[in-house]
Design a protein. Structure first.
Length: 431
């Protein structure tokens, strides 16, 4: 049987090999020149893995590396006065990483910094309608060619994701105003919802300049609905629960029968639907909304839908077979690690051993597609589906070895009966 924890430690050795000399910072990819401090690709995400390795093994070196990286991130944040609303690259992601570092170390300076990140996030918000929102340069301009400022709504790079971090900040006492700000964010998202015959929907941003109606988690109504459901949990306001249910019904209306299950299209404009399978646009993300609706309401239809999405994914041969929506990517965002994390969540919530088996299958695929050089293990992958020939061995959390290793730590410790996982604010809490 594969030693998943040892495999995760080999991934950590690969990450160590990409450390920039004299810095607590790592290259984004094997021997590449790029590096940053973000949660998505950079140091903040690697900090999460180091904290998990310390929790799982007691290794003091992992904790020391996490602290050193946190101190460098803190220095960086002290030099900037404007960052994106994006959880992946902006204030919310830094708030989460610094808070988790504070929780692991007891250091008050990291906790204060996490709260300051939330203050900066609120300061950059605009008062819009009866709530708040964020207007900033539109995301993915480098890919689409479209530029200009937009109000951003979604979970991945917009208000819904920021709102989830504000709720996290409320739970952990990072700011006395965090819940008020999350509610204001929710009020604005209710205002800009698009009513349809099938339910409420949200696009990625206001005044979409190109056709991209993505109903799933990262850029669509599933992610916004999940945020509104979590606001209901925090406030008891039934309006948010009803909006979350309406969002879920809209998502259901965009699903197709696949085998004995169902899958939701990546975008509604595609003449031949592509079904992503990972966390960003597949069951591993969208299934969270249905699983949480079941947890909140006890209504069996929502658990049935989460199960159906998983069966649809399996009907395409995942994780062993690579479909258009599960390409050569093994990471938390788009690939096997994200699928495996959702399988562990389903196993925990349902007690069904079949989901634990699925998580092991994901891990075995991950190991089989790895590259081992000495004591360093990495994964050469394509971050983007439409750039299959651009292959890198990446180090990051959402894309790369840190996030892959995080899943392997989670699986290994779950199998031992003591799961270790720092669940991101957009994941249901584990354990």
């Amino acid at each position: 049987m594969t030693d998943y924890l040892a495999t995760a430690q080999q991934a950590a050795q690969f990450i160590d090999g990409q450390q920039i000399e004299g810095r607590a910072k790592w290259r984004r990819a094997d021997q590449g020149s790029g590096s940053d401090y973000s949660l998505y690709h950079g140091s903040s995400g690697i900090i999460l893995l180091l904290l998990e390795l310390h929790a799982a093994t007691g290794d003091p070196a992992a904790l020391a590396k996490a602290i050193a990286a946190g101190e460098e991130v803190a220095t960086h944040l002290g030099r900037v006065d404007h960052l994106s609303v994006s959880v992946s690259r902006g204030w919310p992601g830094y708030a989460f990483a610094m808070s988790e570092l504070a929780r692991a170390t007891g250091r008050e300076d990291f906790r204060i910094l996490a709260g300051q990140c939330l203050d900066h996030l609120r300061a950059q918000a605009s008062d819009l309608g009866s709530g708040i929102g964020w207007i900033e340069p539109m995301p993915f301009s480098d890919i689409t060619g479209f530029t200009g400022d937009r109000e951003i709504y979604d979970q991945s790079v917009g208000a819904a994701g920021a709102g989830l971090v504000l709720l996290y900040g409320h739970r952990h006492g990072l700011s006395p105003k965090a819940l008020d700000w999350a509610v204001a964010c929710a009020e604005r998202l209710l205002e800009v919802a698009e009513p349809t015959a099938d339910g409420l929907r949200w696009l990625m941003m206001a005044d979409m300049p190109f056709a991209f109606t993505a109903p799933n988690f990262a850029h669509g109504g599933a992610g916004v609905g999940y945020f509104l459901l979590e606001v209901y949990r925090a406030t008891g306001d039934e309006r948010y629960l009803e909006a979350a249910k309406s969002a879920a019904r809209y998502v259901q209306s965009r699903a197709s029968t696949v085998g004995d299950g169902r899958l939701v299209c990546h975008t509604e404009e595609a003449r031949n639907p592509i079904f992503y399978l990972g966390a960003c646009h597949g069951p591993a993300g969208t299934g969270r909304l249905f699983l949480e609706l079941y947890a909140v309401t006890g209504e069996a239809e929502w658990l049935d839908e989460a199960r159906a999405l998983t069966r649809g994914m399996l009907a395409l041969g995942a994780p062993e077979s690579r479909s258009k929506g599960l390409w050569a990517n093994h990471s938390q965002c788009c690939g096997d690690a994200g699928v495996g994390e959702f399988a562990l969540l389903m196993a925990e919530r349902t007690g069904d051993e079949a989901y634990l088996s699925l998580a092991k299958r994901c891990a075995d695929v991950i190991v089989a597609h790895s590259r081992l050089e000495g004591d360093r293990r990495s994964w050469i992958q394509a971050e983007h589906r439409d750039r299959p020939d651009f292959l890198e061995a990446q180090t990051g959390y959402m894309q790369g070895a840190a996030g892959i290793a995080s899943f392997l730590v989670h699986l290994a410790t779950t199998l031992k009966g003591q799961p270790v996982k720092l669940a991101l604010p957009d994941w249901p809490q584990v354990g």
